[in-house]
Design a protein around this ligand. Structure first.
Ligand code: KG4
Ligand code: ZN
Length: 357
């Protein structure tokens, strides 16, 4: 089975061709990603209108490169998959409409993939992991703990009640005048800082649910920063180190609870899987390693290029759905919001536009 996957939900324009063999083994034939970081950097964050226009300009060429690199003709495709949400609606429309046009012209089945499902299924692309497993997804738009029970069977065990984790890193970077995207900058600055200099809050610590909260912590950083103005480089490093330490402690606690909730409902997870840009953070990786070891499970973090947004994960999710006969019609709608777990309710006190709980 050969599937073309298209990803345009945020600031990466991406396309890939993935092959799924009858035994479930996968092969990535091409995976072309064009990040729009340069277009957005001077605004300190992703500007939806600029992203949508850039997707329009870039996508045709990126799809053509992915097909060429894979050495595949449109007539050979078993399906074309696009991320139909959740995400910035302008970009989603560009990717989904392109996929529909290809599906129509080449009489190929369309698969409208949930972007979060694609993140959730990525470890099966990279290491043939069996169900059920526990996913920790932490990106600029999402912070969730999800029980991945089967294709199309997801149970959200925890989510952020306010900011996404990557978003909090980006906002802290911005208030300390570090460039966008802030996550790697904060990690770098933290390496030379004192994590104990500022007594920042540990959000949600000890709570029986597995939810996250990051906006209070971010505000605490802002308060310390304005108290110290003007900031010396050491202040910035110490603030970053203290912020990261608080995120680590809170994340370890929330995931420990999440894994316990998982165990109660689904038995021992085959693995704890981390995905999303924040999983690139070395300090967070080692905290996750400890959490997994304590819960007697294995930590799997797909390679960085497959942890962050890419077309291969969309193609793979499309292939997994196609293998179960789950195709969509050309009426499939683009969706700004699209819960992975249709039964999940917004947590109490939820107040965020970007986190897309
Ligand atoms: O998954 P991703 O590439 O894109 C989406 O948001 O979908 O995640 C990007 C997010 C940004 O907020 C970025 O600041 C954060 O991941 N990030 C990091 C690190 N690298 C990227 N956060 C903390 N530490 C990092 N090293
Ligand atoms: Zn993503």
């Amino acid at each position: 089975m050969l599937v073309l996957g298209i990803e345009t939900t945020c600031d990466e324009t991406a396309a890939a061709v993935v092959e799924r063999q009858a035994d479930g083994q996968a092969r990535i034939l091409s995976n072309v990603v064009r990040s729009q970081i340069d277009e957005h950097a001077r605004f300190g964050g992703v500007v939806p209108e600029i992203a949508a226009r850039a997707h329009v300009d870039l996508l045709d060429g990126i799809v053509a490169s992915a097909m060429k690199e894979a050495g595949v003709g449109y007539g050979q495709l078993s399906a074309v998959a696009a991320a139909a949400g959740p995400g910035l609606i302008g970009g989603v429309i560009v990717g989904l409409t392109t996929a529909k046009a290809i599906a129509m012209v080449h009489d190929t089945p369309l698969i409208a993939v949930n972007h979060l499902e694609a993140h959730a299924l990525t470890p099966r692309l990279t290491c043939a992991l069996a169900f059920p497993y526990c996913l920790f997804l932490a990106s600029g738009g999402h912070t969730q703990i999800v029980a991945v029970v089967g294709v199309g069977e997801y149970v959200r065990l925890g989510t952020t009640v306010d900011d996404a984790m990557g978003e909090a890193f980006d906002k802290v970077a911005k208030m300390l005048s570090l460039p966008y995207p802030g996550g790697p900058q904060v990690e770098r600055a933290a390496a030379g800082g004192d994590p104990t200099r500022f007594a920042l809050p540990r959000p949600m610590l000890g709570r029986p649910d597995a939810n996250f909260s990051l906006s209070g912590l971010k505000t605490a950083v802002r308060n310390e920063a304005s108290r110290l103005e003007p900031l010396e480089p050491q202040d910035i490093s110490d603030l970053c180190a203290s912020f990261q330490a608080a995120v680590l402690e809170s994340t370890a606690d929330r995931l420990t609870v999440g894994l316990r909730l998982f165990e109660e409902r689904f038995g021992t997870p085959r693995a704890l899987v981390a995905a999303g840009g924040v999983a690139a953070n070395h300090a967070i990786r080692s905290a996750l390693q400890d959490v997994a070891a304590k819960a007697q499970t294995t930590l799997i973090i797909p390679p960085p290029a497959l942890c962050t947004d890419n077309g291969a994960m969309i193609a793979w999710a499309g292939a997994e759905r196609m293998a179960l006969g789950l195709t969509d019609t050309l009426e499939a709608p683009p969706r700004a919001r699209w819960l992975l777990d249709a039964n999940a309710k917004a947590p109490a006190g939820h107040a965020n536009s970007r986190a897309g709980y």
